[in-house]
Design a binder for this molecule. Structure first.
Ligand code: ZN
Length: 519
C-alpha cells in the first residue's frame, strides 16, 4: 500500500513535468512555423518561463526523496539492491523509476541558475553564430564558442564525468551508456571503408560521367504547392495518421511531440529542389512513427519518448534511406509523383529516378550529403569534439583542423569557414556529443533491418506494392512500443541478439553502391 502511495505522488509530479515540456514544445513549434518576426522577443520570454518551470519541477527534491524510499537512490539508480523497493515493483514501474532517477539526477546535480545561465549564453552564441556564418568570420564567433565549451564541460563535471570522461558525459546525455572509446571503435572501420568506397566512385565518375545517369530533369522548377500535395499523399501512404498529427513547413525540418495524439512534422519546399521536401518528409515521418507507436500504457509519463537520439535517428534513416531510397520504393511511388509533375518527369523512368536520388559525391555541407558520405561528415565532427574536450585542440584552431579532416575524409576542402566549421548550429547551442547519434542511427538501423528481414522475408515486395502495414507492425512491436523502458544497448540486444556493430551497415552500403555504380 505504501509503495502505491509513493508511486502515485511520483506520477503526479512527472505528469506535470511532461505537461510543461509539451507546453514549451507548442510554443517552440509555433515559433518555427507561424510566428511573425516581431513576435520573437515576447516568445523568448514565454519559453523561458515555461522551461524554467519545467526544470524546477524536474529538480524538485521531493522526487529524490520518494525515489530513495522506493529503493532508487543515486548510488543504486536501478533499485536492484532494495527488495522492498525495486524488486517489489511491477516491471513498468521499475523502468519508470529508473528513467525518473536519471532525469532527476541530471537536473538536481546542477546548481540553481546554471541551466538558465547556459541557456542564455546559448542564445547569445547562436545569434553570434548566425552573424559569423553570414560574414564568414570565425574569429568573431570563437569567444562565444569557447564559452559554450566551458559550459558543456562544467555541466558534465556536475553530472559526475570528470577528467578524461567529460566527453563521455556529453555523449551519455544523447545516447545513454555509450562512451567515446566505443564510438571510436565503431567509427574506425566506417572511416576507412566509406572513404575507400567514395574514392572508387569518384574515380569511376571522373572516367565517364555516364556512370551517374542523367539527373538533368531535377534542374527544373517544381511548383511548391504541388510538392506539398505530394508530400501529404506520400506520408499518408507510409501510414501517417493525420488524425494524430500534421505536416507544416519550416526552414529546418523537425518532428515534435505535443501530446500522445498530437505528433507534428515539418518539411521544407524549394522550387529548385524537389528532393529536399520528399526526403525530409520521409525522414520526419520515420521520427513521427516512433512517437506515434509508443505503448498507450506509457501515455503522459517520462517513458513515452524515444529511448535515445541514436535509436530515433535509426528510424528516420531507415525510412528515409533504406526504404525511401530503394528501387522497390520508387517502383510504387514514381508513377504517383509523375502524375503530379507530368511535364517535368515525362521522359523519366522509375529506374532513372532511383539512380538520381542515390547519386554519390563528396559535398562540403553535411545536410546535403548523400547516404554514403553522410557518416564521414559525422566522424569528422566526433573526432574534433573529442579533441576539443580532451584539451588537445584549442577553439581557435578549429577551422584549420576542419579543413585538414575534410581533405582526409572526403578529399575536398572548403574555401570558406561558412561552408566549413561554421555550417552547423549545434555547437553554438552547446550541443556537443549530439552529432555521433546521426551515424550511430545508421548502424542501429541496419542491425534492426537484418532482423526484420528474417521475420518479413518479402518486406521489399511490400514496399514495391506501397504496403507498409507489416513493416510498421514489426517496428511497433519490436522497437516503438517500448518507449524509454529499455536502454539503447538493451533494446538492440533484445531485438537482434547483438551488440552495436558497423558490419551490417557497411555491408548494405557496399552492396548497394557497388551495384549502382558498376564498380
Ligand atoms: Zn532526424
Amino acid at each position: 500500500m505504501k509503495i502505491k502511495g509513493l508511486l502515485k505522488q511520483l506520477h503526479a509530479i512527472d505528469r506535470e513535468c511532461c505537461l510543461l515540456e509539451k507546453t514549451a514544445a507548442i510554443l517552440q513549434w509555433d515559433q518555427e512555423t507561424n510566428l511573425p518576426p516581431e513576435g520573437v522577443e515576447e516568445r523568448a520570454d514565454q519559453l523561458a518561463l515555461i522551461e524554467g518551470l519545467a526544470n524546477e519541477r524536474a529538480a524538485d527534491p521531493k522526487i529524490g526523496r520518494l525515489l530513495a524510499e522506493l529503493g532508487f537512490d543515486s548510488a543504486d539508480p536501478s533499485g536492484s539492491a532494495n527488495p522492498s523497493g525495486g524488486e517489489a515493483l511491477p516491471p513498468v514501474e521499475r523502468d519508470f523509476c529508473r528513467a525518473l532517477r536519471r532525469r532527476y539526477d541530471r537536473a538536481a546535480k546542477l546548481p540553481p541558475g546554471f541551466a538558465a545561465d547556459m541557456a542564455r549564453a546559448g542564445s547569445l552564441a547562436q545569434a553570434a553564430w548566425v552573424k559569423a556564418r553570414r560574414k564568414n568570420d570565425f574569429a568573431a564567433f570563437a569567444p562565444y564558442l569557447g564559452t559554450m565549451v566551458d559550459f558543456a564541460r562544467t555541466r558534465a563535471e556536475y553530472w559526475g564525468f570528470t577528467g578524461g570522461a567529460v566527453y563521455d558525459g556529453l555523449l551519455d546525455a544523447h545516447e545513454p551508456g555509450i562512451a567515446a572509446e566505443e564510438i571510436a571503435r565503431l567509427f574506425g572501420p566506417l572511416r576507412e571503408r566509406l572513404s575507400a568506397l567514395l574514392g572508387r566512385i569518384r574515380d569511376k565518375t571522373a572516367a565517364g560521367p555516364e556512370a551517374e545517369g542523367d539527373r538533368s530533369f531535377l534542374n527544373q522548377p517544381y511548383d511548391t504547392e504541388r510538392q506539398a500535395r505530394y508530400s501529404r499523399d506520400l506520408m499518408e501512404n507510409l501510414g501517417f495518421d493525420l488524425r494524430r498529427g500534421r505536416l507544416d513547413s519550416s526552414a529546418h525540418p523537425f518532428t515534435t511531440t505535443l501530446g500522445f495524439n498530437d505528433i507534428r512534422i515539418t518539411t521544407r519546399y524549394a522550387e529548385n529542389n524537389i528532393l529536399s521536401a520528399i526526403f525530409s518528409t520521409i525522414h520526419e515521418s520515420g521520427h513521427a512513427f516512433y512517437e506515434m507507436d509508443i505503448s498507450p500504457d506509457l501515455r503522459g509519463t517520462c517513458l513515452a519518448e524515444g529511448v535515445s537520439m541514436g535509436i530515433h535517428e535509426s528510424q528516420s534513416r531507415l525510412w528515409e534511406n533504406v526504404f525511401g531510397r530503394s528501387r522497390a520504393f520508387w517502383e510504387y511511388q514514381f508513377p504517383r509523383l509523375k502524375a503530379i509533375f507530368p511535364e517535368q518527369l515525362r521522359q523519366v523512368s522509375a529506374d532513372a529516378f532511383y539512380r538520381a536520388v542515390n547519386r554519390v559525391g563528396p559535398s562540403l555541407i553535411r545536410i546535403e550529403a548523400d547516404e554514403l558520405s553522410y557518416s564521414l561528415h559525422i566522424i569528422l565532427r566526433f573526432e574534433l569534439e573529442r579533441r576539443l574536450f580532451s584539451g588537445d585542440l584549442p577553439v581557435e584552431d578549429l577551422p584549420r583542423a576542419w579543413r585538414q579532416s575534410m581533405k582526409e575524409l572526403l578529399g575536398i576542402e572548403p574555401e570558406t569557414d561558412a561552408e566549413g566549421v561554421l555550417q552547423d548550429v549545434h555547437w553554438s547551442m552547446g550541443s556537443f556529443g549530439y552529432f555521433p547519434s546521426y551515424a550511430l542511427g545508421n548502424l542501429y538501423g541496419l542491425q534492426f533491418l537484418k532482423r526484420l528481414r528474417q521475420d518479413l522475408p518479402d518486406y521489399e515486395g511490400d514496399i514495391a506494392r506501397g504496403s507498409f502495414t507489416a513493416i510498421r507492425q514489426w517496428l511497433r512491436e519490436n522497437i516503438y512500443t517500448w518507449g524509454r523502458r529499455l536502454d539503447p544497448a538493451d533494446l538492440l540486444f533484445k531485438v537482434t541478439g547483438e551488440k552495436l556493430s558497423a558490419a551490417p551497415f557497411l555491408e548494405y552500403i557496399e552492396t548497394k553502391y557497388t551495384e549502382l555504380y558498376g564498380l
